[in-house]
Design a protein around this ligand. Structure first.
Ligand SMILES: [Zn+2]
Length: 180
């Protein structure tokens, strides 16, 4: 049966899997998760690895950033939001414009710049006022014009995990406010 469905390398690998002597049901396990469970976390991790596994741009520092983000105590809604936000995969107006969904990529907040992920979260003068009311304003002042991934990496190096969780929650609030 193995010969019929599998290539030689996979068949050999399967034949070397030790068989358990205890009673128990077989089950599907995901080896990208420590507990063998396929969930949002392991699915995103797998998707990211597949996307970037051959890319030099996926540096070890980015890897550390995403790994540390998965360990944050955040609601699932925020967790699955901050990930595509960092990868510029949310429907920012510059993306919607590229996809021919909207006529203009201009930011609805300031009306003077293209709405990219960095602009929507950190550069727009409207959200700068918001950040300046928080303890993050001073730190963001010097880096807000950098790509969003760089900003996130910088912030993880400057604040502790609880503060970074707060930053993610504020970013979520900015996104929610933009979409009302
Ligand atoms: Zn703007």
């Amino acid at each position: 049966m193995l010969d019929h469905f599998l290539i030689s390398a996979d068949k050999t690998a399967i034949l070397f899997i030790p068989v358990s002597w205890s009673e128990g049901q077989d089950s599907l396990r995901c080896h990208y998760d420590k507990m063998g469970e396929f969930n949002v976390k392991s699915g995103y991790r797998l998707a990211l690895l597949e996307k970037f596994k051959d890319s030099a741009s996926f540096s070890s520092s980015q890897h550390r950033l995403w790994n540390s983000m998965w360990n944050l105590n955040l609601p699932p809604k925020v967790r699955v939001f901050i990930w595509p936000a960092g990868l510029n995969a949310l429907p920012f107006l510059d993306n919607l414009w590229k996809w021919n969904v909207v006529q203009s990529p201009s930011c609805n907040g300031c009306g003077t710049h293209i709405e990219s992920s960095s602009h929507a979260f950190f550069r727009c003068k409207v959200v700068q006022k918001f950040w300046n009311e928080t303890s993050f304003g001073r730190l963001l002042f010097g880096v807000r014009n950098l790509p969003i991934l760089v900003v996130l990496q910088f912030m993880t190096s400057q604040v502790d995990s609880v503060e970074f969780e707060l930053l993610c929650l504020v970013a979520q609030a900015i996104w929610d406010n933009r979409n009302v």
